[in-house]
Design a binder for this molecule. Sequence first.
Ligand code: NAD
Length: 503
Amino acid sequence: MNPESSSPLPVVAHWIDGIEYPSSSGRTAPVFDPALGVETKRVALADQSEIAAAIASARAAFPAWRDLSLARRQQILFRFRELLEAKKGELAEIITSEHGKVLSDALGEITRGQEVVEFATGLAHHLKGEYSENVSTGVDVYSTKQPLGVVGIISPFNFPAMVPMWFFPIAIAAGNTVILKPSEKDPSAALWIAKLWKEAGLPDGVFTVLNGDKEAVDGLLTSPDVASISFVGSTPIAQYVYETGTKHGKRVQALGGAKNHMLVLPDADLDLVADSAINAGFGSAGERCMAISVVVAVEPVAGPLIEKITERMSGLRTGDGRRGCDMGPLVTEAHRDKVASYIEIAATDGASIVVDGRDVQPDGDANGFWLGPTLLDRVPTTSRAYTEEIFGPVLSVVRVNTYEEGVKLINDGAFGNGTAIFTNDGGAARRFQNEVQVGMIGINVPIPVPVATFSFGGWKASLFGDTKAHGAEGVRFFTQQKAITSRWLDPSHGGINLGFPQN
Ligand code: NAD
């Protein structure tokens, strides 16, 4: 990235020790308003001294935060939740101005993140241990859950509020201190959240924002003072983060990319399917890890379904997310161009372009990073447009003749994040949920993101590590268990015995 210290644009700083911490690295990256197509800010890219300052602050804050009573921690979480509820409109505007998604969608992601805050307010319950009395005469065994220390969160551009919120409420509730490294494409949401924590009474150093690129990520991955890493992003980086973090002795959960299929059986309600395909394919301009990118139509439904989807697509308004449109721009020009290139790849490989989003007339500035909703039919499963994650508003239809062919297609894919089946046949749906090799499954539900009391995460190349986000797995990830075996003084103790203890 360019050294731009003389840039007149505002620079998004770090948040260290409870204050905005201006960068002295001289390295910054551009932040765009994607609906206007202009650079509106720069973001600081941390150097070694800033990485060290962030880690030192989080480390110093840990002992006192770990020792604060559960009741006091809970009160701070409740205050954070109330402030978030009251002010989330402000955060939504920030998200739309840097990511581009429409305001209602930005509010939606905050609400889903808030669910995890609400889950975390139950910390006194989540952190309870177990107790077994008299495992041997006069001997009791019990377990406790303790925090890990300083934990790192590295997040992607597509959910600048929700994805960090999958992790930090539980991490903080459990007594850890957090360093969040947000995406450099839309970093301001993280800073806004840091200020909200301060207002809620969180002690300085418990929540830190370290802006940056690979250098900041590597700093967290290799530091002996960072106990764990929660990563969400593309598969190659997830794999790198998992391998590097575990090599440095850390606990790592690394959620990767996706290619989500919707299997449509001939008995499905095609109006529901068409609505769902539109919502899940084009919401947030397809920049969702749970977006549906492939409709697998079991014949003879493809023809009538495509007709219904096309009909609905003609009513979609693409434009500035602040103008009440259905779909906003893509996050950057480079990403827009990459997504658009898959339309050409698919066509060259033999797919037919039913609706071409490159022709879109947006309700927004001509310089915005626009690409309209696109529908492709008969996409060959050998095409890169099928095998690779596109991460944009491009919906592909693949035609199959049987349920078995459809499930095989899904199971042969590299990813295993989300999938959905549309049918009125309960037996088929039950068979699907059992046979499909995917972590999150919808039955007549297109974006099956589990609620916060359950855990979020995929299989195969969609998750490296063995622990998902939030719910019981989230609590497990951010705590380490201790088992204590205790015997209080008993005059009839057994004397010397070098044998292995047995009960
Ligand atoms: P990305 O992998 O480019 O970036 C994610 C994070 O990694 C960012 O913070 C970035 O700064 C950092 N990073 C980027 N390159 C790096 C490198 N070479 N070394 C170290 N760190 C690096 O992902 P993105 O484009 O921001 O987000 C989109 C991707 O995230 C898609 O693939 C999407 O499917 C995935 N995603 C997955 C989930 C899930 O739950 N599985 C959720 C949201 C997004």
